[in-house]
Design a protein around this ligand. Structure first.
Ligand code: C2E
Ligand code: MG
Ligand code: MG
Ligand code: MG
Length: 283
């Protein structure tokens, strides 16, 4: 009996491992198919002024709508796209689509807005990337400063020479650079000095336990003060309640992003909100 059980377990275990591998392989194949079928889409999350609450811009967040399965999180498919190279295609599409979409958002709002787009390490290393940025701006008719590119700390330190060249070219278009998940990577103050950085996005892990956590409060305080002295914009990520919002706003944080002020949503929902805001302002 015990022997049989052991065997059965072993089989079950192997079956699970097998499913895991098969799942990833089929997910990979499905991904190429999905690009052809247009299964990828962007959600937009509002980024609001910490004092007035007004929507200033949006972060474009990629989603994969798999038929029969549902929405797949970018945490699952972006790393895979990085590996198989599809990130170039998906990333370029996201950049263009987000810029074009922002134009429609502006029409609904009747005022200027900005859009923030994530750039992965492999995209950043590609020589074609600057051309993609130029295309997105030209195609959409946006001003360069209405586009923010989010990169992580690791990208900068992997190849500082390349990063400096590329960021300088990007900045010459007026496009701004934000450090995403600030404080979680290879944090180094050197890059704040060396590269043309416009904004810091304070990672959710430092925001979550505000304002009670003494350590997180101290870290946010110092980052906000540093940013202010360097004339950098600050965006707090993952703000989920009024207490966090009040603390951050009092400490001089410029912008807020999180479920408390708006979840990622489809373009139609964004347009509804912007139109309602514009009407409220007129009355
Ligand atoms: P990220 O750039 O740091 O994006 C913020 C993530 O936090 C998003 O997850 C967003 O939905 C989530 N979030 C926003 N507000 C809150 C909140 O109040 N509470 C909590 N718990 N979460 C919040 P999402 O959309 O699942 O994206 C995960 C990551 O995938 C992104 O992290 C980004 O690194 C990557 N990603 C998303 N879209 C793209 C893309 O188009 N290109 C690339 N290269 N990466 C992308
Ligand atoms: Mg981001
Ligand atoms: Mg982030
Ligand atoms: Mg993050």
């Amino acid at each position: 009996r015990a022997k049989e059980l052991g065997k059965a377990r072993c089989i079950v275990y192997n079956q699970m491992a097998f499913d895991q591998v098969e799942h990833d392989v089929s997910m990979e194949a499905a991904m190429f198919e999905a690009v052809r079928n247009g299964e990828f889409l962007l959600h937009y999350q509002p980024i609001v002024d910490a004092h007035s609450g007004q929507i200033m811009g949006f972060e474009a967040l990629m989603r994969w709508m798999r038929p029969d399965i549902g929405l797949v999180s970018p945490a699952q498919f972006i790393p895979m796209a990085e590996e198989n190279g599809l990130i170039h295609l998906l990333g370029a599409w996201a950049l263009k689509a987000a810029c074009v979409q922002l134009k429609r958002f502006e029409e609904a709002a009747g005022r200027p807005l900005y859009v923030s787009v994530n750039v992965s390490p492999r995209q950043f290393r590609n020589d074609q990337f600057i051309t993609t940025v130029d295309d997105a701006i030209r195609l959409s008719g946006l001003d360069g400063h209405q586009l923010l590119l989010e990169i992580t700390e690791g990208i900068l330190m992997a190849d500082p020479e390349h990063a400096e060249q590329l960021l300088t070219r990007i900045a010459s278009r007026g496009v701004r650079i934000a450090i995403d998940d600030f404080g979680t990577g290879y944090s180094s103050l050197v890059y704040l000095k060396r590269f043309p950085i416009a904004a810091l996005k304070i990672d959710r892990t430092f925001i979550r336990d505000l304002p009670d956590s003494v350590k997180d409060a101290a870290i946010c305080n110092v980052v906000l003060s540093l940013a202010s002295h360097l004339s950098l914009l600050t965006v707090a990520e993952g703000v989920e309640n009024e207490h966090q919002l009040r603390f951050l706003s009092a400490q001089g944080c410029s912008l807020i992003q999180g479920f408390h002020t708006g979840s990622p949503m489809l373009p139609d929902a964004v347009i509804e909100i912007l139109k309602a805001d514009a009407e409220a302002l007129q009355n």
